[in-house]
Design a protein around this ligand. Sequence first.
Ligand code: ATP
Ligand code: PH2
Length: 151
Amino acid sequence: MGDREQNLKDALELLRDAKIAIQKVSKIYETEPVGGVPQDDFLNIVVEVSTDLTAENLLKVIHSIEKGLHRKRLVHWGPRTIDLDILYFNDDHIQTGDLTVPHPEIPNRKFVLVPLLEVVEPNSQLHKDAQKMLDQTTDKMNVQVYKSGSE
Ligand SMILES: Nc1ncnc2c1ncn2[C@@H]1O[C@H](COP(=O)(O)OP(=O)(O)OP(=O)(O)O)[C@@H](O)[C@H]1O
Ligand SMILES: Nc1nc2c(c(=O)[nH]1)N=C(CO)CN2
């Protein structure tokens, strides 16, 4: 919602403020909303970060950034100013009440897989896995690069 590109920039700045180092940032992709709730198109990016935080503490930082950007959880999968998800955390598999890593929706989300492929090492296992997931999606979603400042 709102100035979508600025919201992404603000989120990156707030991650940096929290001493989370941004290593790589994908291009911005614009996609139709998935999940059945009628709303404006989304802007999505994937970033690679490095941090000394545990995954649980990273999640806490993410929640405080979402709060700082006035994210309101009114409708599940509904409009939001910002949504930060942990897709992967090293090679860890985490399953707690608050956190599932790798994020279980990755294989279903072309708007994640396309920018993910951009930031992971070209010859890595993760790249191969992401490419395979993308090849297997039957999703016809058009994931197009967003032209900066075109709001
Ligand atoms: N890998 C993860 N990254 C971020 N949040 C997660 C993760 N796994 C579980 N969660 C939990 O999901 C809860 C709900 O997240 P949120 O409201 O952002 O869902 P959503 O954006 O509507 O859907 P989705 O998580 O599928 O994108 C968070 O409070 C968090 O505890
Ligand atoms: N295109 C698009 N659709 C969504 C997205 C998203 O990031 N992009 N996130 C959702 C819930 O997290 C629900 N639907």
